[in-house]
Design a protein around this ligand. Structure first.
Ligand SMILES: *[C@@H]1O[C@H](CO)[C@@H](O)[C@H](O)[C@H]1NC(C)=O
Ligand SMILES: *[C@@H]1O[C@H](CO)[C@@H](O)[C@H](O)[C@H]1NC(C)=O
Length: 488
């Protein structure tokens, strides 16, 4: 009896303690933290959280229609890319949405400290205890076991029912972007220091792939690009730096027909940099830059180095770099990225928002390429799984996911590389442009692996290209313990 009464009074006092009794509705939740994270206790009640509030965009469907219209070769408006303003019109929240969210912010005593250009993201600063109360959340400290990095997250949160359809989601809440999840995903398993590089091969060798080999496999001309207005951007994250001296040695060795002073320009955001000491050269960054500059003959290349001062709430700059380019009047024609993460680490709402950001950049005329991952069916890095683990952003249908191939050591034939990721998204359905090939593929495999993958999801990669045994110049930042010839 007594205990029952105690429980009841506790409930009553909780309800009374709430400043505004609202009709709250569960908005996003996950059953548990992703593998690799453990809850290490409640978060300090006074700790200030920088929360990003994504507002519902007024016409994302219109944006997708516009993207397909400018990207589909037989469409009347093929190639007629949208301007910054035209794209923003689709994502700017409706007046009703802005009013509803602003009224709630005011009532809750929250002040907006930053707004995205289109007004679809707001940033507020709020202490943990207030955030818990406002969102019926349980913000706690989660530790990433491998790295010891701690982050504050909740496994669920609610929003006032009247904000449904206006407030898209709050971030960071249930997304656990893995601190090292955005690791190089196409770093070649065979990175060979320059000193030991063998003489350039005239033809393809199955153990040493060079620019000449890549050109011969795909029929890529050596002639210089004629348009100087095109730009190809290569992104760099997690302190991966592209070294200019290494690029020069690479060109001297493998592209004797190109001027060895051909180089790239640097763009930075979130405090990024590109220090040039040899020991700071990153294997992934060197690989990406050497093969981009070394193959896209004469196309101006920009290396975009994203630092650690993320404005996107621990998304490691993934949203920041898109926003940076969306803010430009002439974004690059290509953005290529060799980093990614497991799709399930981030929430559906967040994945959708990022995917819409890619659609915006695509509608502006940028072709967005991402590596599909290095863990085969187990996601961005190899691991064990019972169901196949899709990667992000490869599951997003508005970018091009690129897988890796290898040359068979016996026949020299190009086949899928064993580590390269492929699969089906759990967040995005099959887009119409791939529905017929995907359904014939699924019928061709019959019951093989059925139940392990999502047959109604967007399939990836879209294309694949040679991704093993690439010769690069520069020393790996973490030299493998085994001989580089056998590594991987
Ligand atoms: C992706 O998921 C797999 C399977 O659960 C796991 O082994 C791997 O560590 C995850 N990758 C990252 C970078 O968290
Ligand atoms: C499978 O993919 C579809 C389409 O994106 C999605 O609606 C569904 O939730 C996914 N199923 C699972 C179990 O994740």
């Amino acid at each position: 009896m007594v205990s029952k009464f105690l429980v009841l009074s506790l409930l009553v006092s909780l309800v009374v303690a709430k400043p505004m009794a609202r009709n709250m509705k569960l908005h996003e939740s996950r059953e548990h933290a992703p593998a690799g994270f453990v809850r290490s206790g409640a978060a300090d009640a006074d700790k200030e959280l920088k929360l990003r509030i994504a507002l519902v965009q007024n016409n994302p469907e219109g944006l997708i229609d516009a993207l397909y219209a400018v990207s589909t070769p037989d469409s009347a408006s093929y190639g007629e890319h949208l301007s910054k303003e035209e794209v923003e019109k689709f994502v700017v929240p409706s007046a009703a949405t802005s009013e509803a969210v602003n009224a709630w912010l005011k009532e809750s005593g929250l002040t907006v400290s930053a707004t995205s250009p289109a007004g679809d993201w707001l940033t507020v600063s709020v202490p943990v205890n207030k955030a818990n109360e406002l969102f019926d959340a349980d913000f706690a400290v989660y530790t990433h076991s491998d790295t010891g990095k701690q982050i504050v997250r909740t496994l669920s949160y609610s929003i006032p029912a009247e904000l449904s359809g206006h407030l898209d989601f709050v971030h960071p809440t249930i997304s656990f972007s893995n601190p090292y999840g955005t690791r190089p995903v196409v770093s070649t398993p065979f990175v060979k220091p320059a000193k030991r590089a063998i003489e350039p091969l005239a033809t393809c060798s199955t153990t040493a792939v060079t620019p000449a080999c890549v050109e011969s496999i795909y029929g890529i001309p050596k002639t210089l690009a004629t348009s100087t207005s095109n730009t190809l951007a290569v992104s760099g994250f997690i302190e991966q730096y592209a070294n200019k001296a290494d690029l020069k040695s690479f060109l001297t060795k493998y592209r004797t027909d190109l001027s060895s002073s051909t180089t790239f320009t640097l763009q930075t955001l979130d405090g990024g940099s590109n220090p040039q000491s040899g020991s700071e050269a990153g294997t992934e960054a060197n690989l990406d830059i050497q093969y981009t500059v070394g193959i896209a003959s004469g196309v101006p290349v920009t290396f975009i180095s994203v630092g650690d001062d993320y404005q996107d709430g621990d998304l490691e700059g993934f949203l920041d770099i898109v926003n940076l380019l969306l803010g430009e009047s002439n974004p690059p024609q290509v953005l290529t990225t060799s980093y990614g993460e497991n799709e399930s680490d981030i929430s559906r709402a967040l994945a959708n928002n990022l995917c819409t950001a890619y659609a915006q950049l695509g509608a502006r005329g940028t072709s967005i390429l991402f590596a599909s991952g290095d863990g085969g069916v187990s996601g961005s890095q190899s691991g064990s799984c019972t169901k196949f683990v899709p990667t992000f952003p490869s599951g997003c249908p508005y970018m091009t996911s690129v897988g890796a191939t290898q040359l068979s050591s016996s026949s020299g034939a190009e086949t899928a590389a064993s580590f390269s990721s492929g699969g089906f998204s759990n967040y995005f359905g099959v887009p119409s442009y791939q529905s017929s090939v995907v359904s014939s593929y699924i019928s061709s495999i019959g019951t093989t692996n059925s139940g392990k993958y999502n047959a109604s999801g967007r399939a990836y990669p879209d294309v694949a290209a040679i991704g093993t045994n690439l010769e690069i110049v520069g020393f790996p930042e973490n030299p493998p313990a085994v001989s580089p010839w056998e590594a991987g």
